[in-house]
Design a binder for this molecule. Structure first.
Ligand SMILES: [Zn+2]
Ligand SMILES: [Zn+2]
Length: 244
């Protein structure tokens, strides 16, 4: 927690005192009303900024452009507050995916700007919204590309939420993990087993999920041969985890 703008508070207090002190000169009364209004604004500003606000650092994309032009800029901003059903994650690490490159360079149409990219997020729950039941504060979780889905369409009801037409994606439709804190519905967060370090778990949340889905669709059985091609990062992740 930070006491934000303590210096600003001091300046505001001093300005109030200068504006409001009695001068004894009747002509000053003409100036009193605007001076009072200014003082009131400064006073309210002081109250507002003296609240305890949790700030976070985040890498923000304001305008898509080539990575050679450094499209991500670090900014300090208030940490988000979880809505009902959401968890807030204190980010330990966030993997980098080629989709992030497409995002920051504008190869994909961007539904929102400014945007915090990143969808291979590992961290611990540090705050929960109302009605959160699966996770508690301190639990280590992962957030993946699929931020949420409607839960009611034909795809969602068949367990294929990734094809939901109303799906929202992490670091694309909603802010992602290139920040100290990120939000997600608890239903779309993953418990991370202790056997994985943060860095090991992060790529599993994108490349790992894609590779695992492809592996299941292949219906390969133990002892059968499996060919991997055109697989990108999933190949490496699956290759290191396959043992047939
Ligand atoms: Zn990805
Ligand atoms: Zn749906």
């Amino acid at each position: 927690m930070f006491d934000v703008n303590f210096n600003l508070s001091g300046v505001a207090l001093l300005t109030e005192w200068v504006l409001m002190r009695p001068s004894g000169n009747p002509s000053d009364l003409i100036l009193r009303r605007p001076a009072f209004m200014i003082a009131a604004i400064l006073f309210l500003n002081r109250i507002y900024f003296s609240r305890e606000v949790l700030l976070m650092k985040a890498m923000i994309l304001k305008k898509a452009r080539p990575v050679s032009e450094h499209p991500l800029v670090m900014k300090e901003m208030p940490a988000p507050e979880p809505d009902p059903g959401q968890i807030r994650v204190k980010v330990h690490t966030c993997g980098i995916c080629h989709t992030d490159l497409h995002t920051v360079e504008g190869d994909l149409p961007l539904p929102r700007l400014p945007l915090i990219p990143g969808h291979q997020v590992v961290g611990t729950v540090d705050r929960v919204g109302q009605n959160v039941k699966r996770f508690g504060i301190g639990d280590r979780v992962g957030l993946a590309w699929l931020h949420s889905a409607c839960g009611a369409c034909a795809f969602c009801s068949r367990g294929r939420e990734n094809l939901c037409e109303q799906a929202l994606f992490t670091g694309y439709h909603v802010h992602g993990g290139y920040a100290e804190y990120a939000l997600a519905p608890e239903a779309f967060a993953y418990a991370i087993p202790d056997i994985f370090s943060d860095e090991e778990a992060a790529p599993l949340l994108c490349a790992g999920i894609i590779g695992y889905r492809a592996l299941r669709l292949s219906e390969v059985q133990s002892g059968e041969r499996l060919g991997l091609y055109g697989f990108g990062a999933s190949k490496g992740v699956m290759g290191s985890n396959l043992s047939y």
